[in-house]
Design a protein around this ligand. Structure first.
Ligand code: OOG
Ligand code: NI
Length: 451
């Protein structure tokens, strides 16, 4: 027997502990989970094919597992230590997201499991943003914020010890893992006490609400968790019935026969009371609950088409309520093929190829014959799920929960090299992961067909 726990198991325990903590901290999140659960059950009852497909893909059991959460940190050191902490749970930085383009002074990555088996076990990931103090023009304010951040320690001593133990011995025992989960959780806990006085909070919030959210608290509180829904439109519609207020519109592509990428919506962040260091009472708005529905990952060609159609739609959707907004999106996205054959033929999406029937076959597989094999129903093309995030959608989520402000002066500041320097590692390209997985399935097919 192996002495150490599988990192996937530690991630699974951690995501459950995080969910339990967040439901206690934000009761409205528990309400959202119940609504999502009810809508998922109704959807499955209505659609036996979907039920059978999810059963076949072994998806039913983990339908209720949260898919992602988000945190925001203030310094390179915090980000680099988080990288080591997440590695204990088999989560690695994938993708670079520049939010400055959307007027939010952060850039980000997603710590997530990378291989197929790990994603299947528990796909939990954390969208992790690093505040960019260098984008604050006011020198004195920037220095003040940096000073406050330098003084805080967001990790418990025992969490740091356990990370080092993991790195040295190559794993954690069952007991160590449990301890690690509860110590790591402390970093993401909510603190009603701000570390600064009210005037400092106000000055930072004036520059951008996000800066105050990162700088004025003891640590990077989890700001939302996100379960998976089978019908995002229905949950959006029914949120008011259970007393929670949805954000104005669902982000991402419209509803489709063959879902692409990622659709997301949330309930609006709550205004929570805060005790400031000078005993001044005030409030802060940061925490919310989100839901997501994922579709197929797009190739660079498919992604370019998505981005172009989204830009076109945006010129027409400004200020529209969700229903009208979705209507316009649906019209514009008629230009995006909505059947597996065309998605495959035009090279718009990534697929996992499986052999259905090898009777009467011989010879190698190249891309031309692959097409032929699919047409002859010998090979099945299974869409590969998109496991990452969308910068325009993320910006919409940020903005709807931070008072809707976006500051154009931050624009045009993508800097992946600076982000990686802070992280202490390179981020893996999400596109490489999808392309590699598709290629691996073609290689497997080739062996099966020639073997
Ligand atoms: C992160 C927003 C991004 C998503 O689902 O796109 C995100 C944040 O508000 O910190 O979680
Ligand atoms: Ni999110």
């Amino acid at each position: 027997m192996r002495p150490y726990l599988d990192p996937d198991e530690i991630r699974d325990r951690f995501s459950k502990a995080m969910s339990d903590m967040y439901q206690l901290e934000v009761p409205q999140y528990g309400t959202l989970l119940k609504l999502v659960d009810a809508v998922n059950r109704e959807t499955l009852d209505r659609d036996p094919d979907l039920h059978a497909r999810l059963c076949y893909q072994q998806e039913l059991a983990r339908l209720r597992v949260e898919r992602h959460g988000a945190i925001r940190v203030g310094t390179a050191k915090e980000l680099a230590t988080l990288r080591r902490l997440f590695a204990v749970m088999g989560m690695f930085p994938v993708g670079y997201y520049d939010l400055s383009e959307a007027g939010v002074p952060v850039h980000a990555t997603a710590f997530r499991p990378m291989d197929d088996a790990a994603l299947k076990r528990n796909p939990f990931r954390l969208f992790t943003s690093l505040l960019r103090l260098e984008l604050i023009e006011d020198q004195a304010l920037r220095a003040r914020a940096s000073d406050i951040l330098e003084k805080r320690q967001i990790f418990t001593e025992r969490a740091l010890e356990l990370i080092t133990i993991f790195e040295q011995q190559g794993g954690l025992t069952d007991t160590e893992a449990d301890q690690f989960v509860s110590e790591a959780l402390e970093t993401f806990r909510w603190h009603q006490q701000a570390t600064v006085d009210h005037a400092t909070y106000q000055a930072l919030a004036q520059e951008h609400r996000l800066i105050a959210d990162v700088v004025c608290f003891k640590g990077p509180h989890i700001n939302h968790l996100t379960p998976r829904t089978l019908d995002i439109d229905e949950v959006q519609r029914r949120m008011p019935d259970v007393g929670i207020t949805p954000k104005d519109v669902i982000e991402g592509p419209p509803r489709r026969q063959w879902p692409i990428l990622l659709r997301q919506t949330s309930f609006k962040a709550l205004e929570e009371s805060i005790d400031f260091a000078d005993h001044h009472d005030g409030t802060h708005t940061a925490r919310f609950g989100e839901i997501e529905q994922r579709g197929v990952a797009l190739t660079p060609k498919g992604r370019a088409l998505y981005d172009r159609l989204l830009r076109t739609a945006r010129t027409r959707t400004e200020g529209l309520a969700n229903e009208a907004h979705q209507q316009v999106l649906a019209e514009v996205f008629e230009a995006f093929p909505d059947d597996v054959d065309t998605l495959h033929r035009e090279g718009l999406a990534y697929f996992d190829y499986h052999l259905r029937d090898r009777a009467g076959l011989s010879g190698p597989v190249n891309s031309d014959t692959l097409k032929a094999l699919i047409e002859q129903n010998i090979v099945r093309a299974e869409p590969i799920t998109y496991e990452d995030f969308l910068p325009v959608s993320a910006a919409g989520i940020f903005q709807s929960n931070l008072g809707g402000r976006s500051d154009h002066s931050y624009e045009g500041n993508a800097n992946q090299a600076a982000f990686e320097a802070a992280l202490g590692a390179e981020v893996t390209s999400e596109l490489d992961l999808y392309a590699r997985r598709e290629q691996a399935s073609i290689d497997r097919l080739r062996t099966e067909l020639t073997g």
